[in-house]
Design a protein around this ligand. Structure first.
Ligand SMILES: *Cc1c(COP(=O)(O)O)cnc(C)c1O
Length: 388
């Protein structure tokens, strides 16, 4: 859906646009489903009506098939990314008793760092920091230096939220396993634009947002993947009734559900899960490889324009498209001062301190013309605006 006052939306990696199909889906849900089925909606209805209670697992399986390379029964939709990450990391640490170190990179997203530091304090563990180049991300060489027989867990982002660096999931997962440790991949900035092969790469756990390239809407709940072979021993820390084996028996004592449902705690946020279904269906109809091809073409186009029009700006993202996600960051000391005027003109990139403009290009809704218009406007304003 478009708003005429927005001429170049370059922040699809922070909040994807709503799909027209989602307007109908959400409104049909309000009237026919919630309004019509009322409490009966939680369980599956008569003639093929879906129950709401296991909606997260059903959407999780769709996402697994279309985007994640995950067989059914390992993915669900639940809480925020932060809360799911907490649950996964706590559970993973319990699977590696006696190991005392958690590894993460210094440039990882704040929530990932904060969750890890909190759990390290809670469980008496040590965080080991991988230092990375600001315009790049975690390489096998850099990670290898921090792995040892003390490593319990590694937490990395598939695509760096700032630089857009695309990490090698297969190589870094294998390296982690060679040290006997487990890995959690944060897919927030890749899910929906870069395919993953979670099953084939041997990934243990993954988590990601649905409001970025999956267009689930503001605050739509995140997804999490737990590899099938870990499910039987997987114990997460928030023991709630809907993750228990028999929720409606209201019995004494918590026994986790079999399968991925044990990751849940309370009542699922049903309305928040609706819109992402349209984006998953759209990606399935065109194929994730076509989405990735347009993503690469968009970031190549943006970099060529920056090189031509903003020669003083630094590219804080990889030049090699094979190592890049769907956004780029460019640095210039004049950028902060031009942001208000850009937004006033309906040109919406993102600003990341201290001096970066991030162009998030969402392949199924961002046009090449929007990118051209946006970069030209940034260049024009930087030339005439005094730095803040
Ligand atoms: C956006 C993002 C998050 C957001 O976490 P929420 O709990 O959904 O707010 C986490 N990690 C990364 C890498 C992100 O890009």
């Amino acid at each position: 859906m478009r708003d005429d006052t927005v001429v170049a939306y370059l922040d699809g990696n922070s909040l994807g646009r709503p799909l027209v199909a989602s307007v109908d889906r959400v409104s049909e849900f309000m009237t026919a489903q919630w309004g019509g089925r009322l409490i009966r909606g939680w369980s599956g209805g008569a003639v093929g009506e879906e129950g709401w209670l296991d909606l997260g697992q059903r959407i999780g399986d769709d996402l697994g098939r279309v985007v994640l390379g995950a067989a059914p029964g390992q993915t669900t939709i639940g809480d925020s990314t932060t809360v799911l990450l907490y649950k996964l990391v706590r559970a993973a640490v319990e699977l590696r008793p006696g190991r005392t170190e958690l590894v993460i990179d210094r440039d990882n997203f704040p929530t990932d760092r904060y969750v890890l530091e909190g759990i390290a304090a809670e469980r008496g563990l040590t965080v080991r920091w991988v230092e990375t180049d600001a315009a790049a991300g975690v390489t096998a060489e850099a990670l290898a230096e921090h792995l040892s027989l003390s490593t319990a867990l590694v937490v990395l982002s598939h695509v760096s939220y700032r630089s857009g660096f695309l990490a090698d999931v297969h190589a870094l997962t294998t390296l982690t396993h060679d040290a006997g440790a487990l890995i959690v991949w944060d897919l927030c900035h890749s899910a929906g634009v870069v395919a993953t092969e979670l099953d084939a790469c041997g990934v243990d756990f993954a988590v990601g947002c649905t409001y970025k390239y999956l267009n689930g809407g503001p605050g739509s709940p995140a997804f999490a993947y737990v590899r099938a072979e870990h499910l039987a021993d997987f114990r997460q820390p928030i023991q709630g009734w809907l993750g228990s084996a028999r929720p409606f028996e209201m019995g004494q004592g918590y026994e986790p559900a079999k399968g991925i449902r044990r990751l849940l705690s309370g009542t699922p946020p049903v309305i928040g899960m609706l819109a992402m279904r349209d984006m998953i269906a759209l990606i399935e109809s065109v194929g994730i490889d076509a989405v990735r091809a347009k993503s690469v073409a968009l970031t190549e186009h943006a970099i060529a324009l920056v090189d031509a029009l903003l020669p003083d700006a630094g590219l804080a993202s990889p030049r090699d498209p094979a190592r890049r996600g769907s956004h780029i960051t460019i640095d210039h000391d004049g950028f902060e001062a031009v942001m208000p005027e850009l937004w006033r003109r309906g040109i919406i990139p993102d600003f990341r301190r201290p001096n970066g403009i991030r162009l998030g290009l969402s392949p199924l809704s961002t046009s090449f013309a929007e990118v051209s218009l946006g970069v030209a406007a940034i260049a024009e304003l930087v030339a005439v605006t005094p730095a803040a």
